[in-house]
Design a protein around this ligand. Structure first.
Ligand SMILES: Cc1cc2nc3c(=O)[nH]c(=O)nc-3n(C[C@H](O)[C@H](O)[C@H](O)COP(=O)(O)OP(=O)(O)OC[C@H]3O[C@@H](n4cnc5c(N)ncnc54)[C@H](O)[C@@H]3O)c2cc1C
Length: 457
């Protein structure tokens, strides 16, 4: 065998598996195969001037490379079982929280200690939410910010690079079961390992499905979350974001009894494009350094869709809606809340008149031509509900960018060791469909590393 452990994917899941393995078992020979680039070479060509739209690079610098999808994220590590994945259902609630806390100490030790750990525990926001038909989920969150997150990743890379062989720009095409382990097929050749940890994230979702098909691993269809990114002046939410930073607030709509929730709140942040398998959707992030902050806060409002028989392709449903916005707007569409309510499209002129400057150059348009009525009705109801705890949310000039889609991978059949029915083949992080966040994905990496470290390799 070439290696004791092969890791596919250098996102948080892969990085934390490698980190923990090198710490506990320095005797092991480990390799990471990563489809994307090194951290410093990851550069999205969109500069807002020469290139304003996604040009579908061969490997997306936002999603692929060292640090994975999280590299240029807001670096919000939520310590909670309430959202971010269902890791606790596999390994137990206490264990999951312990591992997320452990991940936090590693991040802190690699440059994150100067950032703040926020908590909803002692905030008065919970009561205020309940009084207005809203429900605040409990969590602690370390906000690294895009800048410190980058620093932490750089430090982790420097620590790993001499202990682990890392193959960049080397997508694994196929995983094969061989005598005594696994072989990974790449354009540079075939490599073998006794154990294999697959951590390919959301960008590897289609590939993961194929691996499961090839190796006869069962999968379950997952949900898709569809919605918009809201952008408003930072002052509107500052009484909340200053205290808890990220608030996950859930609202049950009167009309359909659907749950709408806030997601990925970025105080003084920027709205950005996201490219998943060639489809452009919207996301957001923010910096810890005040010099890079904006005057706006953004967050997503999402509705989860689960489908029952005969329809199984929840991601396909989300993709179709995102494609519609790409077809009409050439990418992401932006609309003022007031225009949406009046039933008129936004135009460049109307956006220019607004008392807020958009942080993303998107095409002014009409989201009601893109979003299903049920989802849009829910989002509008929630904006009015949020207006009660953060007056100004339902202002005419509040910007809505669409569509934001959270694709979830098919849930891969794994056991309580996060191991497939093929012994020694583990599937972790967002690629498993079990986690959907930095902290859960990282924790799953540590968990599997500890399990492997204890077994004889
Ligand atoms: C813009 C943005 C902002 C975000 N903000 C936050 C946030 O603030 N907080 C939060 O909790 N979460 C956030 N997320 C989500 C978070 O980034 C993910 O949950 C997390 O990165 C998942 O980690 P992972 O290791 O499972 O997968 P990923 O980070 O997706 O890493 C998977 C890696 O595998 C590689 N890969 C894929 N297929 C192959 C293959 N066949 N061969 C080799 N390599 C392959 C990919 O190139 C990628 O680098 C954000 C995501 C985005 C895109």
């Amino acid at each position: 065998m070439d290696y004791d452990v092969i890791i596919i994917g250098a996102g948080p899941g892969g990085i934390f598996s490698a980190y923990e393995l090198t710490k506990l078992r320095p005797d092991l020979k480990i390799a990471i195969f990563e489809a994307g680039n090194t951290l410093e070479k990851r550069k999205c060509p969109i500069d807002g001037e020469m290139i304003t739209k996604c040009i579908n690079c061969k490997t997306c610098s936002i999603m692929n490379g060292f640090g994975g999808a999280g590299a240029f994220s807001d670096g919000k590590y939520n310590i909670t079982n309430e959202f971010g994945g269902t890791l606790h259902e596999f390994i137990g609630k206490d264990k999951a929280i312990d591992l997320m806390k452990y991940v936090d100490t590693i991040n802190a030790a690699h440059g994150g200690a100067k950032t703040k750990l926020y908590s909803t525990a002692s905030s008065g926001l919970k009561r205020q939410c309940l009084q207005n038909g809203l429900h605040l989920l409990d969590a602690s969150v370390r906000h690294l910010g895009t800048d410190i997150n980058y620093e932490v990743l750089t430090n982790l890379y420097n620590e790993l690079k001499d202990k682990v062989e890392i193959f960049f720009l080397t997508p694994v095409r196929e995983v094969k079961i061989i005598d005594g382990g696994y072989a990974v097929v790449t354009d540079k050749g075939e490599y073998t390992g006794v154990k294999c940890i697959v951590s390919v994230g959301r960008s590897g979702s289609k590939w993961m499905e194929k691996v499961c098909e090839d190796l006869n691993i069962k999968t379950l269809s997952n949900r898709v979350d569809i919605g918009v990114r809201v952008e408003l002046p930072a002052e509107v939410f500052s009484h909340i974001t200053d205290e808890v930073y990220e608030s996950k607030i859930v609202y049950k709509t009167e009309k359909y009894q659907d749950l709408v929730r806030t997601f990925c709140m970025n105080p003084k942040g920027a709205v950005v494009n996201e490219n998943t398998n060639g489809i452009v959707t919207v996301n957001g992030h923010s910096y810890e350094d005040p010099a890079n902050q904006t005057e706006n806060t953004n967050f997503a409002l999402l509705v989860s869709k689960h489908f029952t028989e005969p329809f199984k392709d929840s991601n396909g449903y989300g993709e179709s809606i995102a494609k519609l916005s790409n077809m009409l707007g050439g990418g992401v569409i932006v609309q003022r809340f007031g225009d949406l309510i009046r039933g008129q499209r936004s135009t460049d002129k109307r956006i220019a008149k607004a008392f807020i400057t958009p942080t993303l150059k998107a095409t002014p348009g009409d989201l009601s031509l893109v979003m299903p009525k049920r989802i849009l009705d829910g989002i509008i109801e929630m904006i009015y509900a949020l207006d009660k705890i953060a007056p100004g949310t339902a202002n005419d000039d509040t910007l809505l960018y669409g569509v934001e889609v959270k694709f979830y991978n098919m849930e891969v059949a794994i056991d309580s060791n996060l191991e497939t029915e093929h012994k020694g083949l583990f599937v972790i992080g967002d690629g498993s469909g079990v986690t959907h966040s930095l902290s859960h994905a990282s924790a799953s990496g540590v968990y599997v590393a500890r399990y492997i470290a204890e077994t004889k390799v």
